[in-house]
Write a protein that binds this ligand. Structure first.
Ligand code: NAD
Length: 291
């Protein structure tokens, strides 16, 4: 397939490479002029969208996505498929989908879970929103970049799934960090705590797979000085998207709201650029009397 790939950053670059290594003709564009082995670099958005069967975007946020779409829909071929894999707000996803449809382009939102490691290994999970028939056409592409793709519903449903998942993740990571902080003060050995909780009712991905305490459980960023992994800044972004959605629909999400505040405080202190599991140190360095 002839595929345009826009946004060749930490995630986009390995995803584009996986498509190209599987034999697709990939035309890449990044505003930072990133060039990658195996990807045909083009100099502008037109080069990455005109004449393409599929155009994939992997961009930082909804504002940039909307600006990019305003241009690329004018170059897109009739019946081309545009897939946005960025994490953005549901409203932006629906807006760009409408724009694409007005130009006879089939749109999908398909944010991912699995981080840079998953993008490199081709083991991402895609949460897609869009038309069922078109989904069958693009599924093989998801299978090259990931291990699972779920069609969640109409345009915007993929982003809805992503922010709900990451709201759970942010809250559960904080809960696990609080439990380790408390266990430490109760003189409970961290390994024993892991052995019990990872097989008891407190088990969750944040503990079992991505333990924030170093030296315990499978290898995770805590074993690498909290180098991301998944940066706390991106977690704050996703928690903020969840709160924006919850506000717009008047949904009571007190834990998600508090998680957003804690990540914001962590980042304001020294958490920017640190893996999101590094919030364990922020929690341990505060006391009940800290405002
Ligand atoms: P990144 O900042 O590394 O990459 C984004 C790229 O987009 C950059 O290279 C930037 O130069 C490019 N860009 C910005 N504006 C552009 C424009 N107008 N035209 C063309 N290129 C432009 O970010 P990332 O980590 O690759 O994340 C991309 C998206 O994936 C984000 O929405 C993020 O929330 C989501 N995501 C990231 C992770 C992760 O672990 N990094 C995990 C899941 C989802």
């Amino acid at each position: 397939m002839k595929i345009g790939f826009i946004g060749l950053g930490n995630m986009g670059a390995p995803m584009a490479k996986n498509l190209s290594e599987a034999g697709h003709d990939v035309f890449g564009y990044d505003i930072a002029q990133i060039s990658l082995h195996g990807i045909q670099q083009v100099g502008n958005l037109e080069g990455a969208s005109r004449g393409m069967e599929v155009v994939i975007t992997m961009l930082p946020n909804g504002t940039i996505l909307k600006d990019v779409y305003k241009e690329i829909v004018t170059f897109g071929s009739k019946n081309a498929i545009f897939i946005d894999c960025s994490t953005v707000d549901v409203e932006s996803a629906v807006t760009v989908a409408q724009l694409a449809k007005l130009n006879d382009i089939q749109p999908f939102d398909a944010p991912v879970s699995g981080g840079v490691v998953g993008a490199e290994a081709g083991t991402l999970t895609f949460m897609a929103g869009g038309d069922e028939t078109t989904f069958d056409i693009i599924k093989p592409l998801f299978e090259l970049m990931g291990q699972k793709a779920v069609l969640c519903g109409k345009n915007g449903a993929g982003q809805a799934a992503k922010i709900c998942n990451n709201m759970i993740l942010g809250v559960s990571m904080i809960a696990v960090c609080e439990a380790f902080a408390l266990a430490d003060e109760l003189h409970l050995d961290r390994q024993k705590m892991f052995d019990v909780v990872s097989t008891s009712s407190g088990q969750c991905w944040s503990l079992n797979t991505y333990c924030p305490a170093a030296g315990i459980g499978p290898m995770s960023p805590s074993d690498n000085d909290y180098k991301p992994g998944f940066a706390s800044d991106l977690m704050l972004k996703d928690l903020t998207l969840a709160q924006t959605a919850a506000n717009s629909k008047n949904v009571f999400t007190p834990m998600g709201n508090h998680a957003q505040k804690l990540y914001s405080d962590f980042i304001a202190k020294d958490g920017s650029g640190i893996d999101f599991s590094g919030i364990i140190n922020f929690i341990k360095n505060n006391s009940r009397t800290t405002p």
